[in-house]
Write a protein that binds this ligand. Structure first.
Ligand code: NAD
Ligand code: WQD
Length: 408
C-alpha cells in the first residue's frame, strides 16, 4: 500500500538539501519504498538560490515545473509536492507560520534539518554567528516539532565531530570518541547539536524505564516508549553533482572545499589548485579523505527517513522508530588530494595545474568512514565511485560555469 508523507526540509535550497529533494521526489523512490513524499522547503537563501528548486522540478519532471511568487518569498509546483517558504529557521514566529499553514493538511510527518552555516574558516572569525544560527535553528525547529506533534528528525552532522582521531589511519566508527579534539568552531556547533538531540531524546524516554523501574527491571527497550525518532547523519566529504548536469554545488566567492575549487580551475576561473601540504604521513604526502557522491548522500536521507519511520524495506534494514541513531555516511575508501586532482583531470581530458603550498591550519591527515552501521541498520551504502563524482561535477561545471547565477 502506498502512503503519503509530508516532510519539512530546512535549508533545502542548498547543495545537499536540493539533491536530497531529487531523491525524495523521484518516482523511483515511491516505487521502491511505497512512500510518496511531498516536501516543504524552508530556507532564508543566505547561501543559496531558489533556482535550485526549479532545477529539482525539472530533473524529477514535476508537473508544470516550479514557480516562485513575485516577491520570491514562496513558491510551489503545480501538484503541490514541492513547496517553498522563504523563512529564517531561527525566527520562531516565521517558522511557526509554516507549521500553522500546513497543520490543517495533516502537518509534517518528519523534518530533515540541513539549515545552517558551514564554512570552517569563517566560523573561526565569527563564532557567535555560527552558534546563533546552527544552534538557534535547531532549537527553534525542535520546539515547533514538539508543539505540532512532528516527532521524527534527520540531522546533518559532520565527520568533523571526530576531531583529531587517536589513530588517524583507522576508519572512524560511530562509537569513537567525539567532541574533545575538534579543531574549529563549526565542528563544535555540530557536536553541541548532537548533544542537544541526545538530551532532548532522553527526556522523552518513559519514566518507568528510567532508573530501572517497570516490570522488566528496566531492561525493556526504551525505543518502544519514546515518541521521538532521531537520526544523526555524519557526512564525510560530499562531492559531485546530479548526473543531469543541471544541479550541483554553487559556492559563493572562493570555494572552501577541494572539489569545487578544482572544478573552477578546470573551467578557467582560477589558475591552479593549491595543495595544502604534501608532507603528511600518507602514501603521496597529501591529505586523505572519504569523498562520497552527493546523490549517494541524498539517498542516505531517504533511507534515514524510512528507518526513523520503522520501514524495513531494504535487504538488511531494521527499525529506528523511537531511537536516537547515529550513522557515518561515507564510502569507506580514502583518496588523497592528488588522487582527486588526477581523477578530475581524467574526466576533463587534460591535467589540472597544481602548486604545493603550506598545510592549512586545523586540517587532519586522514578521515575515512567505517560505514558498516549504515548498511546493517538502514540498508544504505554508497554505490557511485570517484569517476562518477568527477564526471558529474564536470558536467555541472561546464553547463553552468557561474552556477545558478546566470539563470537567476
Ligand atoms: P549549503 O550552504 O549549500 O546549504 C545550507 C542551506 O541552509 C542554504 O540553502 C542556506 O541558505 C540555508 N540556511 C542557512 N541558514 C539558514 C537559516 N537561518 N534559516 C534557513 N535557512 C538557512 O550547505 P550544504 O553543503 O548543503 O550543507 C547542508 C548541511 O550539511 C549543513 O548543515 C552542513 O553543515 C552539513 N554538512 C555539510 C557538509 C559539506 O561538506 N557540504 C559536510 C558535513 C555536513
Ligand atoms: C579536503 C582535502 C585539504 C582545498 C571540510 C570540513 C568538514 C566538512 C567537509 C562540513 C584536505 C585539501 C582543500 C584546496 C587542498 N564540511 N585541500 N586545496 O577539510 O576534509 O572537510 O568539508 O561539514 O567539516 O572541515 O574538506 O574539501 O576543504 O579539503 O589541498 O584548495 O583537500 O587540505 O586535505 P575537509 P576540504
Amino acid at each position: 500500500m502506498v502512503t503519503h508523507k509530508r516532510v519539512l526540509v530546512t535549508g533545502g535550497c542548498g547543495y545537499i538539501g536540493s539533491h536530497t529533494l531529487v531523491s525524495l521526489l523521484d518516482p523511483s523512490t515511491a516505487s521502491r519504498t511505497n512512500v510518496v513524499y511531498s516536501v516543504v522547503v524552508v530556507d532564508n537563501l543566505v547561501n543559496s538560490s531558489s533556482e535550485s528548486l526549479r532545477r529539482v522540478a525539472d530533473v524529477v519532471a514535476l508537473d508544470g515545473g516550479f514557480a516562485t511568487s513575485d516577491d520570491g518569498l514562496s513558491g510551489r509546483d503545480a501538484g503541490g509536492r514541492l513547496e517553498f517558504r522563504k523563512v529564517d529557521c531561527a525566527d520562531i514566529s516565521a517558522l511557526r507560520a509554516v507549521f500553522e499553514e500546513f497543520a490543517p493538511l495533516g502537518g509534517f510527518d518528519a523534518a530533515v534539518h540541513f539549515a545552517g552555516l558551514k564554512a570552517v574558516g569563517e566560523s573561526k572569525s565569527m563564532p557567535l554567528r555560527y552558534y546563533e544560527v546552527n544552534l538557534g535553528t535547531t532549537l527553534t525547529l525542535l520546539d515547533l516539532m514538539e508543539e505540532y506533534g512532528c516527532r521524527s528528525i534527520v540531522f546533518s552532522s559532520s565527520a568533523t565531530v571526530y576531531g583529531v582521531a587517536k589513530d588517524e589511519k583507522a576508519k572512524l566508527k560511530e562509537t569513537d570518541e567525539v567532541g574533545t579534539t575538534i579543531t574549529n568552531c563549526y565542528g563544535r556547533t555540530k557536536y553541541m547539536i548532537e548533544q542537544i538531540l541526545q538530551d532532548f531524546h532522553a527526556s522523552h524516554e518513559s519514566s518507568q524505564h528510567e532508573g530501572g523501574g517497570g516490570d522488566d527491571g528496566g531492561k525493556r527497550d526504551a525505543a518502544k516508549d519514546n515518541p521521538w525518532s532521531v537520526v544523526v547523519l555524519r557526512y564525510f566529504n560530499p562531492a559531485g553533482a546530479h548526473p543531469s548536469g543541471k544541479m550541483g554545488e554553487d559556492p559563493s566567492g572562493v570555494p572552501n572545499n577541494l572539489m569545487p575549487f578544482v572544478a573552477q580551475v578546470a573551467v578557467g576561473r582560477r589558475p591552479h589548485v593549491t595543495v595544502f601540504g604534501n608532507d603528511y604521513d600518507t602514501p603521496d604526502g597529501t591529505g586523505v579523505r572519504d569523498y562520497l557522491h552527493v546523490m549517494d548522500l541524498a539517498d542516505g536521507h531517504v533511507a534515514a527517513l524510512g528507518y526513523a519511520d520503522g520501514a524495513t524495506t531494504g535487504d538488511n534494514s531494521r527499525s529506528g522508530r523511537g531511537k536516537l541513531s547515529t550513522f557515518n555516511l561515507g564510502t569507506g575508501t580514502g583518496y588523497s588530494v592528488l588522487d582527486m586532482v588526477d581523477a578530475f583531470g581524467r574526466a576533463v581530458g587534460r591535467p589540472i595545474p597544481v602548486v604545493v603550498g603550506p598545510r592549512r591550519p586545523g586540517d587532519v591527515t586522514i578521515y575515512m568512514a567505517d560505514p558498516t552501521r549504515a548498511k546493517e541498520e538502514m540498508g544504505w551504502e554508497a554505490r557511485k565511485d570517484l569517476d562518477d563524482m568527477c564526471r558529474d561535477l564536470w558536467s555541472w561545471q561546464t553547463n553552468n560555469p557561474n552556477g545558478y547565477r546566470d539563470a537567476a
